[in-house]
Design a protein around this ligand. Structure first.
Ligand code: GCB
Length: 604
């Protein structure tokens, strides 16, 4: 492939603008870069009154009077220092604090983490501390100096530490605060556990002075070319860069401009033999990107997704989305936040066994292992930001926060073949302010990524008894008519499913983004008794036959794969702090309704 074939397209300006508009995006594929993992045992001080922070809030330059300074009482007890990380208890990272210490089960507030690590910084390299996620507000300091602040509990971010990193021992202090806020994203009220802490992996990343910060490598909409861009970061932005897919014998090289960016669209050879990514054949190719000293190797699948009338097309072929919703919680009695490839394999393994080709990762971006595992296992993905229920629609800070989380979600995962839908919200009560807010988020999503579908989980309306439809005007902006409905649980009994008629004012693919009800595993009784396995089986049977009568149905993601912790679920003996709408219990025991849905899915 010659340089001439490399097209610097001005269309790419559209993709470039978002990059210029905001902060630098997260380092693409940070876990595949040189450096060291900082996962493991960290010291932790619980600080509900923000004692260790007080002086910093008063005088931000004086970190010496705060816990960021990592001073010691025990080193010299004649000097008053009322904390000492060396003497503090420990928490494992990654991991939420709620399931690690009984006293922190309901805790919402600040915990200070400290990790000592050795480093040997090399001249000509830059260093970043990369967090895959920490809930909800993070402020970090390296060797007593603040390196950055981040808001949002479910997206990756990194702070540069080239100046602060020392040869020998380093002290990384991270203040994590999971207090809920009325104008936060999410807001105060949700139906999931507000797990706090450094819930996901942390890594010291080493890159050359000028490095490949971000890239997109994907199939063009006509499936005839591979297209994308590379974004360099550093003081030598104009460089020779290349992208290679060795297995396809496909290679391209070019020079980045003064903005550090190069875009390309290069046809695949006629007989490339490319295997398009799909659930039945989730082929990922090794893609190697190089720029000067920097080299990144990623595994990327190639596919397209689009709609035609009420159909969803994957690689141009109609596909029905046999889905299930999932929270980012790990399998096992203790529950808690998921973070590992093993958690992802088990959870997605259950979804596979259920007969799924699609998962809705609700209600916020899940950890990166999950989407990478979905790529490898062949599971289509709906990915969402936590714009949930009653957000402060007219607060500009709330909008900025939501948009930032949207950008961070897309930036981390825009090379994942599995992702077909970006969702901007879940069950948000209608109002003009909310319509404007979500409309802006949808426009932003399309500008950042024109290659995937954009939607939101809306709510159905009953315009007259038994007449079910959508009236939410957001449906004119989304690619899908996706909505949650609980006929047979919150809305009447299971028999109501037989009586209702569905119609829609516009022809688009219909996705039931939630349906279901609760049952405690092993609790048996009458079909009319809530929380019994019998009730849930019947509810699923009735919902399935109702769905078969829904015009334009293109898929569904019943709520939910696994019972998950929620402080809203107080019914003792049955709920015990768990939302019981799972088809498997938190321990992985399959409820009878699992097989009801499985029978339907396996009949396709
Ligand atoms: C919903 C929400 C979901 C809840 C679920 C429930 O509509 O979107 O977050 O957990 O209902 O169980 O009530």
């Amino acid at each position: 492939m010659s340089n001439k074939q490399f097209i610097f397209s001005s269309i790419a300006l559209a993709v470039l603008l978002p990059f210029l508009a905001g902060a630098a995006p997260v380092i693409q594929h940070a876990c595949g870069r040189a450096g060291q993992s900082l996962d493991g045992t960290w010291r932790a001080i619980v600080d509900p009154y923000e004692n260790g922070y007080y002086n910093y809030r008063m005088q931000p330059m004086r970190t010496g009077d705060t816990f960021f300074a990592d001073r010691h009482f025990y080193a010299d007890p004649t000097k008053l220092v009322e904390y000492d990380f060396d003497a503090a208890g420990t928490l494992e990272v990654p991991g939420d604090w709620n399931t690690q210490r009984e006293k922190l089960y309901y805790y919402e507030g600040t915990v200070w983490y400290r990790r000592l690590f050795d480093a040997q910084p090399k001249p000509g390299c830059r260093y970043f501390i990369h967090f895959d996620g920490a809930n909800y507000e993070t402020i970090a300091a390296l060797n007593g100096e603040i390196i950055g602040k981040h808001t949002g509990g479910f997206t990756a971010f990194d702070f540069e530490v080239t100046k602060q990193l020392r040869a020998g021992q380093n002290s990384l202090i991270v203040k994590v605060d999971n207090k809920r806020h009325e104008n936060g994203v999410p807001t105060i009220n949700t139906d999931w556990w507000n797990y706090g802490g450094i819930t996901r992996s942390v890594r010291l990343v080493e890159v050359p002075e000028t490095f490949i910060r971000d890239y997109v490598v994907r199939l063009s909409a006509d499936r005839k070319s591979v297209e994308g861009w590379i974004q360099l970061d550093g003081n030598a932005p104009e460089q020779q860069v290349s992208v290679e897919i060795p297995e396809l014998n496909w290679r391209v090289s070019a020079r980045t401009g003064a903005d550090g960016r190069a875009s390309f669209i290069v046809p695949l050879p006629r007989k490339s033999g490319i295997r398009l990514w799909c659930p039945e054949d989730p082929k990922c190719y090794e893609v190697v990107l190089a720029a000067g000293q920097d080299r990144v190797s990623d595994r990327i699948g190639f596919k397209t997704v689009s709609t035609s009338g009420s159909k969803i097309l994957l690689n141009g072929q109609e596909i029905f989305l046999r889905g299930i919703s999932i929270h980012d919680e790990r399998p096992g009695a203790a529950a808690g936040r998921a973070f590992s490839a093993e958690h992802a394999r088990t959870t997605l393994g259950w979804a596979k066994e259920l007969g799924c080709n699609f998962v809705r990762l609700a209600h916020y971006p899940h950890n990166e292992e999950m989407v990478r595992m979905a790529d490898e296992m062949g599971m289509l993905v709906w990915s969402e930001i936590p714009v949930y229920w009653t957000i402060a629609w007219d607060d500009p800070d709330t909008y900025a926060n939501a948009e930032n989380q949207l950008c961070e979600m897309i930036a981390r995962d825009h090379n994942r073949a599995s992702i077909i839908i970006w969702s901007v919200a879940n069950e948000t009560p209608r109002s003009p302010e909310r319509l404007a807010f979500l409309g802006r988020l949808i426009d932003k999503t399309r500008a950042l990524d024109p290659t995937r579908l954009v939607s939101a989980a809306m709510e159905k309306d009953e315009t007259s008894p038994g007449q079910l439809t959508l009236v939410d005007e957001l449906m004119y902006k989304t690619d899908l008519l996706s909505f949650n409905q609980y006929v047979g649980w919150y809305d009447g009994d299971a028999d109501k499913c037989d009586r209702v008629v569905w119609t829609f004012p516009v022809e688009k693919p219909v996705i039931l983004s939630e349906l279901g009800g609760g049952a405690k595993y092993g609790r048996h009784g009458n079909v009319n008794e809530r929380f019994t396995e019998e009730y849930l089986v019947r509810l699923y049977e009735k919902n399935i036959s109702m769905m078969q009568r829904i015009p334009g149905l293109a898929g569904c993601t019943p709520w939910i794969l696994k019972d998950f912790r929620s402080p809203r679920r107080a019914l003792e003996g049955i709920q015990d702090d768990f939302n019981r709408k799972g088809l498997v219990s938190e321990k992985g025991e399959k409820k009878d309704a699992f097989y009801t849905l499985q029978n339907w899915y396996l009949s396709f």
